[in-house]
Design a protein around this ligand. Structure first.
Ligand code: UDP
Ligand code: MG
Length: 329
């Protein structure tokens, strides 16, 4: 065994959410551990099994047995989502530098060395931009568009929000661990706390095997979360539009009233009025939906349900202070 961190706190933690990834795990283990060994610093790989129903669980156990000193596995009691999985990884990891990585090998583990080099230059947040995105067309367009909107609204500078390969220094992770916010988007949250964020370009490959766990619906949800979690601007735009529109329609009503008084009853232009009404109703409905986004967020927050449930943890030296947390996070 090439583990070089027996009994000591590792310098680097790699946090990897796993959900039904049996097809890629063997390749991931091989490349990830080889890449980390090559860096030559002490490390741990923290896998969070997000309620997989395939052989991922067995594969993770095997890997733990093979490399117990540099592996930690957290098993969830069900599927709580990628971000909850990463949050759990943050709670259970011990490194001073924390790297997040997807299990599907779309971001090559070999790039971790480049991220670490940037951290050594003094940055506390290293984001990544995929050099050549190997995703299908509509995903590229959709995420470009969302990036623009999000940047304008939230001021969070993230060229490539979909890329999870990122490195953070410990204080940022501690800050994230101390928030009890639900539904939050981790890279954006981290960006807020970072003093010296930087982005580098990384390679990007096709998904090695298995299929994407994100549907179009989930992507839309994620983006709504991103905007509403970090900004009130949508609501504010709404009140502004409300003012402008009510002034406008007020004038329209005055105009129609005057016509009724001076010209008498008339039915021409009824369709125009209908059109205006439908337009206003459309805006109204969107507004109610948007309000619902925020109210729903508050509702989720006040319930304070646990974000995930941990079924078990595989680790060499269980760390005492980490046991009370399971519930919240
Ligand atoms: N993932 C997870 N829980 C989920 C969905 C995904 O832990 O409910 C993990 C998945 O195993 C992978 C990462 O999150 O490691 C990214 O998922 P995926 O590659 O399917 O997303 P995409 O790259 O298509 O955005
Ligand atoms: Mg992927």
């Amino acid at each position: 065994m090439a583990d070089n961190n027996e009994g000591i706190t590792p310098e680097i933690s790699v946090v990897i959410p796993v959900f039904n990834e049996e097809a890629v795990l063997p390749a991931l283990f091989e490349r990830l551990y080889a890449a980390m060994d090559q860096i030559g610093r002490s490390y741990e790989c923290v896998f969070i099994d997000d309620g997989s129903t395939d052989r991922s669980v067995a594969l993770l156990r095997e890997q733990f047995e093979r490399r117990p000193n540099s592996t930690r596995v957290i098993f969830f009691n069900g599927n709580f989502g990628q971000h909850s999985a990463i949050m759990a990884g943050f709670k259970h990891c011990h490194g001073q530098i924390i790297v997040t990585l997807d299990a599907d090998l779309q971001n090559p583990p070999e790039e971790i060395a480049n991220l670490l080099a940037k951290v050594e230059e003094g940055h506390d947040y290293v984001g990544t931009i995929r050099k050549k995105r190997q995703d299908i067309f509509w995903r590229r367009i959709a995420s470009q568009l969302m990036n623009k909107v999000r940047h304008r609204i939230t001021k969070i500078q993230m060229t490539d929000q979909g890329c999870m390969l990122r490195a953070y220094r410990r204080p940022i992770i501690d800050a994230i661990n101390s928030t009890s916010e639900i539904n939050t988007y981790i890279p954006a949250l981290a960006y807020m706390y970072a003093a010296s964020p930087v982005e580098i370009e990384v390679e990007h490959a096709e998904r090695e095997a298995g299929e994407s766990k994100y549907s179009l619906y989930k992507l839309i949800r994620l983006n709504f979360d991103l905007v509403t979690a970090f900004s009130l601007v949508p609501l504010q735009i709404f009140s502004l539009a409300g003012i402008v529109l009510s002034l406008g329609s007020g004038m329209l009503v005055m105009y129609i009233l005057l016509r009724r008084l001076f010209i008498g009853p008339e039915v021409e232009g009824v369709f125009t009025l209908f059109a205006i009404t439908f337009f206003l109703i459309g805006i109204l409905l969107f507004g109610i939906g948007l309000l619902g986004e925020y109210v729903g967020r508050i509702y989720q927050q006040v319930r304070e349900r646990p974000r995930y449930l941990v079924k078990g943890v595989l680790e060499e030296q269980p760390v005492a202070e980490k046991t009370e947390e399971q519930a919240r996070t």
